[in-house]
Design a protein around this ligand. Structure first.
Ligand code: ATP
Ligand code: 3PG
Length: 395
């Protein structure tokens, strides 16, 4: 059983609240604040109830371009919440602990990027995570722990699995909502249509196998690099450029897609035409007009029409990954049209950070019943896997 904020006596309590505000970075600022907006409900509720909130979060990966401190995140949270969110440039030092001790009821401090500390980027069992410096030194300053970071909860990192070993754990509102939706797909209306696009080919093939074998999916529509992998597996000569893009993402994808087609070809749909770059233009080719020297960058309008027919009749549409290189206006058509069709399903669920960014760019977000904050985490839930951070919340 997982306790929620409804079960928490928040008044005056010092709470360690793990959020996922990992965001695209543009220069020294945030390029997108969707994840910060998602956590406003939890943070505002806890402050309104008189809690003393210590926010824990990561940004980027060590060595990555988006690996920054959280000062800009604290400033944006100020604006979104309408009250000051203090910022500490340390996470578990004596200074950080003093900052927490000095919090007034109803106030919050954002502690520094947890991944500035090497242990946070390692994986641990919960017991070992509880013995890391981050958890051992911070837990004594806290009365309870709240995990609202669904999008990071597939990671076995100390800030996700360590604190529940020492403190009573609770699910924040984002976590609660994600689990309600993604944890109960089997109860959603049928027929269920999964749309798997984007670039995470191995993850998507794993999701497809899982939902087909468990009888969760009536149809799996493929697009993006995932769709290209299935076309190659089906013997379509896309061209060396497209094959190179697939193999660069995964050396096993074409074989694994072929195995899946052997088992479930009647339920798996692949693109019927693709769009490639011709100079500055978008040019579409039916499969029998290929190979092309240029990589397939989007699905074509015939595919869009075929997928729309299936999605129009869907009880539930579950989507992860854009249909094409939506960042280039010439290749956003597939994502725009396919995702628009999906909003006509009785229930529509989207997973994936880049997917959500695409929908925000295309002004399609409002049309969906649930837009997950998670990418990899949402995919793992859809494969029926448990998430380490969710398991750690059980009492
Ligand atoms: N045909 C294609 N060729 C090359 N790249 C593609 C193609 N189709 C989609 N993409 C790329 O896939 C990327 C998004 O795929 P990804 O699987 O990461 O989506 P996501 O799961 O929503 O994101 P995340 O989970 O990483 O937040 C986009 O950057 C897009 O440009
Ligand atoms: O953006 C995400 O998917 C989450 O914040 C997890 O980030 P990670 O993949 O760097 O652990």
């Amino acid at each position: 059983m997982i306790r929620t904020l409804d079960d928490l006596d928040a008044e005056g309590a010092a709470l360690g609240v793990r959020v996922d505000i990992n965001s695209p970075i543009d220069g020294d600022g945030l390029d997108d604040d969707a994840r910060l907006r998602a956590h406003v409900e939890t943070i505002a509720e806890l402050c309104r109830r008189g809690a003393r909130v210590a926010l824990l979060a990561h940004q980027g990966r060590p060595g990555g371009e988006e690996f920054t401190d959280l000062r800009a995140h604290a400033d944006r949270l100020d604006e979104l919440l309408g009250f000051p969110v203090a910022y500490s440039d340390s996470t578990f030092t004596a200074d950080a602990r003093e900052r927490i001790a000095g919090l007034e009821p109803g106030s919050a401090v954002l502690l520094e990027n947890t991944r500035f500390y090497s242990e946070e980027y390692m994986s641990f069992d919960p017991e070992a995570a509880a013995e890391t410096y981050l958890v051992e030194r911070l837990a004594p300053a806290l009365d309870a722990y709240v995990n609202d970071a669904f999008a990071t909860s597939h990671r076995r990192q100390p800030s996700i699995v360590g604190f529940p070993e020492l403190l009573d754990p609770y699910a924040g509102r984002v976590m609660e909502r994600e689990l309600d939706v993604l944890g109960n797909i089997a109860e959603s209306p049928e027929p269920r249509v999964y749309v798997l696009g984007g670039a995470k080919v191995d993850d998507s093939i794993e999701v497809a196998r899982s939902v087909l074998e468990r009888g969760l999916a009536d149809s799996v529509l493929t697009a993006g690099i995932v769709g290209n992998a299935f076309l190659l597996a089906d013997g379509v000569s896309l061209g060396a450029a497209s094959a190179g893009v697939v193999n660069e993402r995964s050396h096993d994808a074409v074989k694994n897609a072929g195995d899946l087609l052997d088992d479930f070809s009647h339920r798996i749909y692949m693109p019927r035409d693709v769009a490639v770059e011709r100079g500055d233009e978008r040019c579409e080719f039916d499969l029998d007009e290929l190979p092309s020297n240029s990589p397939a960058m989007d699905i074509g309008v015939r595919t869009v029409a075929a997928y729309a027919e299936i999605l129009d009749d869907a009880g539930t549409a579950i989507l992860n990954g854009p249909a094409g290189v939506f960042e280039d206006d010439r290749f956003e058509t597939g994502t725009l049209e396919m995702y628009s069709s999906a909003t006509r399903a009785d229930t529509s669920i989207v997973g994936g950070g880049d997917t959500a960014s695409a929908l925000r760019k295309l002004d399609l977000l409002e049309g969906f019943d649930h837009v997950s904050t998670g990418g990899g985490a949402a995919l793992r839930m859809l494969t029926g896997d448990t998430l380490a951070g969710v398991e750690a919340l059980h009492r």
